[in-house]
Design a protein around this ligand. Structure first.
Ligand code: FAD
Ligand code: NAI
Length: 463
């Protein structure tokens, strides 16, 4: 006899574990299946959390080695203890994954340990045991996209997972892909002393970001010592001696060249992960990119089976997966769960940070929407000067005529925190003037947001 639950969630990443907790809060009998030894999925184990721990540590190291003298603080002889830095990261990850275990116990969510495979439209098998449920949620996340001719060994040719575990700072790190992973993890190793070369297929980095921000971002990283090979693709990477030899070709054709690296980071995107799940046994349909097909209420083509997070279409972000987890649990309980996909912020946790919400200038142009730009630089902000962090700007896009906020883009100190205010404004349908008329504490970085909103109406005060 199969053990029965109201809701079984497959995968305990930010989508799955949040969905399980919310469903339990709403009174369902819930189980969550996870094959990893710890809960939290990609994000807590090998994604958001370990990368942010290393970004924080490497930033602190870099600041101590290069930034403190300016403040009149002499700390000569700064040394790196990479083993300790890595141990700290492991501790941070452990605290977070254990935290989810605690939350499961608190909310009476059963953790079924092992890999789930469908045996029918309302049934799965895990480690030889059968389970059934009225509602089954697929939240199996994503994996790293492979590249022909570049075989990952997670030592010399690594994905983000291996790049978070290096035991030695590489002399030369070649990153394939100028996206979020490449630039965040490239920043970690650059700050710790590696030479970093990014090979990007397109003629720009971070596709999807507002062009102007993306350009400023590339300039800033170049100043920090990054080398960019835009419009190029890697056709092979072969381990040779202690390093790796790469063949790189112009994306539009031309002569190939050779690059030598100690470590190669492959970061050309992530794909929806459904391996081992036996979707066929339940008859669940996927799209042309292997993503589970869903309707506006997360329902697949099979009644009773739903999907959320990285395994479905949309931005591959932890907070998007979480919002979907909550919305789905509430829909299953007959409530009005909803996600506003037009107001999902995204943040790149580099220095400076980059954050965005809503539409870019390019998207507005393509949609033929008339807009106004309000921009203000951190250079003209007292707090940013006091911090010695004056790089970047806030850019607000509002609709011409109505002043309705359409998008916001920030490159600068603490951009990831500053975007929250503008996300809230976008969610509430605010105008740039609404943001501008809110009293912002002085001296704070948030005054740059206010001034950019004022600038959208041509009345910035401090420039
Ligand atoms: P996942 O977190 O991938 O979880 C899916 C889980 O399902 C996994 O634990 C897997 O083991 C399990 N699973 C799969 N198949 C089965 C099966 N058959 N049976 C049982 N269990 C199964 N996003 C951000 O928003 N901010 C960031 O700063 C950020 N940083 C990142 C850094 C890196 C290096 C990476 C790789 C990603 C980062 N992301 C970040 C993206 C974020 O990690 C994902 O968007 C998020 O984890 C997606 O959540 P999810 O629940 O859909 O899937
Ligand atoms: P990405 O989609 O951000 O960037 C991949 C880059 O690789 C693109 O610029 C693309 O043009 C380039 N590319 C593709 N094929 C190539 C090739 N053959 N040669 C050279 N370049 C090539 O993907 P990335 O960086 O792997 O990250 C995956 C996902 O993880 C992101 O989409 C993001 O959603 C998530 N993530 C989010 C973070 C955050 O929120 N701070 C941090 C890290 C990851």
């Amino acid at each position: 006899m199969a053990e029965n639950f109201d809701v079984i969630v497959i995968g305990a990443g930010p989508g799955g574990y949040v969905c399980a907790i919310r469903a339990a809060q709403l009174g369902f009998k819930v189980a969550c299946v996870e094959k990893r030894a710890t809960l939290g999925g990609t994000c807590l184990n090998v994604g958001c959390i370990p990368s942010k721990a290393l970004l924080q540590s490497s930033e602190t190291f870099h600041e101590a080695a290069h930034g403190l003298a300016d403040h009149g603080i002499d700390v000569s002889g700064v040394k790196l203890d990479l083993a300790r830095m890595q141990a700290r990261k492991t501790k941070v990850v452990g605290e977070n994954t254990k935290g989810i275990e605690f939350l499961f116990k608190k909310n009476k969510v059963t953790w079924i340990k092992g890999e789930a495979a469908f045996t029918g439209p309302d049934a799965i098998e895990v480690a030889g045991k059968a389970y059934s449920a009225k509602h089954i949620v697929i939240a199996t996340g994503s994996g790293s996209v492979p590249l022909k001719g570049v075989e990952v060994d997670e030592k010399r040719i690594v994905t983000s997972t291996g790049a978070l575990e290096l035991e030695k700072v590489p002399e030369h790190l070649v990153v394939i892909g100028g996206g979020v992973i490449g630039l965040e993890l490239g920043s970690v190793w650059r700050r710790l002393g590696a030479e970093v070369t990014v090979v990007e297929f397109l003629d720009r980095i971070t596709p999807g970001l507002d062009n102007e921000v993306s350009k400023a971002f590339q300039q800033s990283l170049t100043k920090q010592g990054f080398t960019f090979k835009l419009g190029h693709k890697v056709t092979s990477a072969k381990p040779e001696g202690k390093g790796v030899t790469l063949t790189v070709e112009p994306a539009k054709g031309g002569d190939a060249e050779t690059l030598k690296a100690d470590v190669v980071l492959l970061a050309i995107g992530r794909y929806a992960y459904t391996e081992g799940l036996k979707l066929d046994a339940a008859g669940v349909a996927v799209d042309e990119r292997g993503r589970v097909k869903i309707d506006a209420h997360y329902a697949t083509n099979v009644p009773g089976i739903y999907a959320i997070g990285d395994v479905v279409a949309g931005p591959m972000l932890a907070h998007k997966a979480e919002e979907e987890g909550v919305a789905l649990a509430e829909l299953l309980a007959g409530q009005a769960g909803h996600v506003n996909y037009g107001a999902i912020p995204s943040v790149v946790y580099t220095w400076p940070e980059v954050a965005a919400v809503g539409q870019t200038e390019e998207e507005l142009k393509a949609a033929d929407i008339a807009y106004v730009v309000g921009k203000f630089p951190f250079m003209a902000n007292g707090r940013a000067r006091a911090m010695g962090a004056t790089e970047g700007f806030v850019k607000i896009l509002s609709e011409k005529g109505t002043d309705k906020l359409l998008g916001a883009h920030i490159i600068g100190p603490d951009a990831g925190t500053l975007i929250a205010e503008l996300t809230m404004a976008l969610e509430f349908g605010a105008s740039a003037e609404d943001v501008a008329r809110v009293c912002h504490a002085h001296p704070t970085l948030s005054e740059v947001v206010k001034e950019a909103a004022l600038a959208a109406n041509g009345r910035a005060l401090h420039i």
